[in-house]
Design a protein around this ligand. Structure first.
Ligand code: SF4
Length: 146
């Protein structure tokens, strides 16, 4: 029996697979079948632990990326880092490393048990670029809870 896939060049085979997927996707949409919108996003990404962000969260995402790694917000963190036995890496490291990967936000929130809103507020006053630490913490907690 002829193996069609082996007989045709790889590029043509890939194009046929893509064309078939496109036709099936368009047919499903046309027939109104399958999840759409947020439900489709969840179907695609829930297994990767990537929850969707809502409109309000999307609006504030750009304000979370202003850290210039100056280290000023680490002031006073030594006792916190020691008490956490390493779970709290210091504020700058938390901002730069622990908030970057949404699938790891559950681990990121465990670190937050070692810092409170008052300390975050005083660190916000030290931050030269105005990183909104309390709102960033709220975002991470909200996404971890999803
Ligand atoms: S003070 Fe602000 S800019 Fe400096 S390391 Fe902390 S979050 Fe980043």
């Amino acid at each position: 029996m002829l193996d069609v896939a082996a007989a045709m060049p790889g590029r043509l085979h890939a194009l046929l697979i893509l064309a078939r997927s496109l036709v099936l996707t368009l047919l499903r949409r046309w027939l109104g079948r399958g999840p759409r919108g947020i439900a489709l996003f969840r179907a695609n990404f829930d297994a990767d632990r990537l929850p969707p962000v809502d409109a309000a969260q999307r609006g504030e995402l750009s304000s979370f990326g202003g850290c210039i790694a100056c280290g000023r917000c680490d002031l006073g963190d030594a006792p916190r880092i020691a008490a956490s036995a390493g779970a709290y890496p210091g504020t700058m490291r938390w901002v730069l490393a622990s908030t970057r990967s949404m699938p790891d936000y559950d681990a990121s929130t465990r670190a937050l048990a070692f810092i409170d809103d008052a300390a975050l507020a005083s660190k916000e006053r030290l931050c030269p670029t105005g990183v909104p630490l309390r709102r960033l913490v709220g975002f991470v907690r909200a996404q971890a809870a999803r």
